[in-house]
Design a binder for this molecule. Structure first.
Ligand SMILES: [Zn+2]
Ligand SMILES: [Zn+2]
Length: 144
């Protein structure tokens, strides 16, 4: 572990804080209906960290949204914070809006666009995947 964490963040009230070292694995927008409900917003933007380089500094609330999936939040203020799956136990997916410096987390693609809201138009030129993206061909690079 390095002395100074590269990434820091937490919830709205400050009860929950976290730290990560090193480079993120990826940054992506998720348009799936379950993430949408968890964040109660149009899109959920995540940054992926290696679990070995990530630590929670306080215990979180958690909700098991499907088998093997844990979504964390602050039990006091309700801020949604993360997604973890037994299918990818080496990664923790942190919601970018909880970072202290979300402007540093630049997304590189969109996943689950098959479930996106029809009024949300994407014109950033990034690859869009119908599903979760891994090993998949993009369905396009914009809505046009
Ligand atoms: Zn909180
Ligand atoms: Zn999702």
């Amino acid at each position: 572990m390095s002395d100074t964490p590269t990434w820091t963040g937490g919830c709205l009230c400050g009860d929950i804080r976290y730290e990560a070292d090193g480079e993120p694995l990826w940054v992506a927008h998720c348009h799936c209906a379950t993430c949408r409900r968890h964040v109660a917003s149009a899109v959920a933007t995540f940054i992926g960290f290696d679990t070995a380089r990530f630590r929670w500094l306080a215990p979180t609330g958690e909700y098991r949204s499907s088998p093997g999936v844990v979504r964390r939040h602050c039990a006091r203020c309700g801020t949604p914070l993360s997604y973890e799956s037994a299918r990818g136990p080496d990664e923790v997916h942190i919601l970018v809006g909880s970072l202290d410096h979300p402007e540093r987390a630049v997304p590189s693609n969109h996943v689950w666009v098959a479930e996106r809201l029809p009024w949300l138009h994407i014109d950033d030129g990034l690859p869009r995947y119908a599903g979760f993206g891994s090993g998949e061909q993009p369905v396009g690079f914009s809505d046009r």
